[in-house]
Ligand binder design. Structure first.
Ligand code: ZN
Length: 186
């Protein structure tokens, strides 16, 4: 749980450390505002991926399901700056599927935390493997990191791409090819 009163105190100290007058009009409510904001953008820690993925439906086939262009916003744990982009997730069911919106909610559950993109991709893949038990899952995430582009380390708009493969996507290159064919299909 986010402790809003600690965040308020910390932001006051941070602003002071930046050489700001924390009592000036534009800043007077900033600690309170940021405390509330962090409660929202870090709410994923209070969510349970197992619960999100608990409502499953039986299916006979085991055709690949791809949910693409899931927009997500997360926070880099090294710099406390946002990174955001899109996730594309495919899985090959083994008798059960979940509603498509649950896949997007699983991404949100892990994105709304202090994160690293590699870890985020892996956690989403692992949760889907654990709770949905498909034959395999593949997660591709592409994101812009403000900590890189804003500081000029990388050009604005440049993307970091991470991939996490589990099960059949790990062992079978045809499955990975299928992922990219489906991703690029219009
Ligand atoms: Zn960073």
């Amino acid at each position: 749980m986010v402790d809003e009163s600690k965040i308020r105190q910390a932001i006051e100290l941070l602003l002071d450390g930046m050489g700001e007058d924390v009592t000036r009009e534009g800043l007077v409510d900033t600690p309170e505002r940021i405390a509330r904001m962090y409660t929202q953008i870090l709410s994923g820690k209070d969510e349970d991926a197992g619960e999100i993925l608990s409502k499953r439906f039986k299916v006979d086939n085991s055709e690949c399901v791809l949910v693409k262009d899931i927009v997500f916003y997360s926070m880099c744990e090294h710099h406390l700056m946002p990174f955001y982009g899109k996730a594309h997730i495919a899985y090959i069911p083994d008798g059960e599927v979940v509603g498509l919106s649950k896949i997007a909610r699983t991404v949100e559950c892990f994105a709304k935390r202090l994160q690293l993109q590699e870890q985020l991709s892996a956690q989403v893949a692992d949760a889907i493997m654990e709770y949905l038990m498909p034959k395999g899952v593949m997660v591709v995430m592409e994101a812009e990191h403000m900590c890189m582009t804003m500081r000029g380390v990388k050009k604005p708009g440049s993307k970091t791409v991470t991939v996490a493969t589990r099960g059949i996507f790990e062992t079978d290159s045809n499955a990975r090819d299928l992922f990219f064919r489906m991703l690029n299909a219009q």
